[in-house]
Design a protein around this ligand. Structure first.
Ligand code: UDP
Ligand code: MG
Length: 330
């Protein structure tokens, strides 16, 4: 990658803060977010840059970014050639950030801008990563609460990497950690897992999640399932081994049934159990077999995508960013 990851300091030798915001069709939120950020940022007493990473928006988000840049050159933007998904839009934005500390946050104002100075203060206290934990608002649906809790429990169990259900991609990373993360050249980069995996001194701040300011959620059910699947396949191979355990258990059961059938034949006059039980066992096992084949297929598919080594994002336009940005792995 051609972007310069060296620590960037302004003329007075002060550290620089980057705020990276991936977005998809968020035209109604950008000016409001910028206005709120510039009200809180003087508190950090550091120079800063805001990088909007437009994930192929079809509304006027890019025009908004250009207007904000024209008004304030500390606002920069890059535009992906299509919708590559939140994680890759975030990766693209992080790849061209130059700050000594980098905050990532959503564009819909659910991540409160007033938290940014608090994240920076924890960084100045020596933390290399400042995670955030969303305190679930009262209005969050029961189904969403339960599925997200359950998913992160299963994820932590399978991968051994602990992630809380309130941890989204709202956090601060020190430049050293970010450079570590940018070295991860894998397909399906799952930031939530990777930033836990890299270790380093860290802390977590709670925050009250706000209502989305304008528009509707851009995380469709399909995108959510894709993120959940990528998280598991990129962090754990345990699902591939489920077949071994099921195989052992079912062979033991089958062996028991065989012994039972022989014993019934030898020692009693009763006829051996009929076809109904045999059919139900066979169809049950076929069901399991197809599920396991599907799991293997998921992993084989991931390997195929990985070996193709296609870029994880492509940039079509950029404002305020001098270097030519491209995927770190090229
Ligand atoms: N986002 C993105 N690309 C996508 C989907 C979402 O860049 O394909 C951005 C979105 O604009 C927002 C952030 O990712 O800034 C989180 O998405 P959203 O707020 O829709 O998710 P939710 O909060 O509903 O889970
Ligand atoms: Mg949101």
């Amino acid at each position: 990658m051609t972007a310069d990851h060296s620590i960037s300091q302004d003329k007075e030798g002060q550290a620089l803060l980057s705020i990276v915001i991936p977005l998809f069709n968020e035209a109604g939120n950008l000016t409001k977010l910028y206005d709120e950020l510039i009200t809180v940022l003087p508190a950090i007493k550091l120079p800063w840059e805001i990088i909007f990473s437009d994930d192929g928006s079809q509304d006027s988000s890019w025009e908004e970014i250009e207007l904000l840049h024209a008004k304030d050159h500390r606002v920069k933007g890059l535009r992906l050639s299509r919708n590559f998904g939140h994680q890759y839009a975030l990766l693209a934005g992080l790849s061209c950030s130059r700050g000594d500390a980098v905050v990532s946050m959503d564009a819909d104002l659910q991540h409160p801008p007033e938290m940014v100075p608090k994240l920076v203060a924890e960084w100045q206290n020596g933390n290399k990563i400042v995670h955030t934990n969303r305190l679930d608002p009262e209005n969050i649906s029961f189904a969403k609460k339960i599925t997200s809790k359950l998913y992160y429990k299963v994820f932590s169990f399978l991968s051994g990497v602990k992630i809380g259900s309130g941890m989204a991609d709202f956090r601060l990373l020190d430049r050293q950690v970010l450079n570590n993360v940018l070295c991860f050249q894998e397909e399906g980069l799952f930031f939530r897992g990777v930033v836990q995996w890299v270790g380093h001194k860290n802390t977590t701040l709670d925050y009250a999640c706000r209502e989305r300011f304008a528009g509707a959620s851009k995380y469709t059910l399909g995108k959510m399932i894709k993120l959940a699947r990528t998280g598991i396949t990129s962090f754990s191979t345990v699902p591939l081994r489920i077949g071994i355990f099921i195989g052992i258990i079912t062979s033991l059961l089958a062996f028991g049934e065989m012994v039972y059938a022989i014993a019934v034949k030898i020692f009693t006059d009763t006829a051996t159990p009929g076809w109904a039980s045999a059919v139900s066992i066979v169809s049950f096992l076929f069901g399991i077999l197809f599920i396991l084949l599907g799991i293997v297929g998921e992993y084989v598919g991931s390997i195929l995508i990985e070996v193709r080594r296609r870029p994880r994002f492509l940039i079509t336009e950029q404002v305020g960013i001098q270097n030519k940005i491209q995927d770190y792995r090229f």
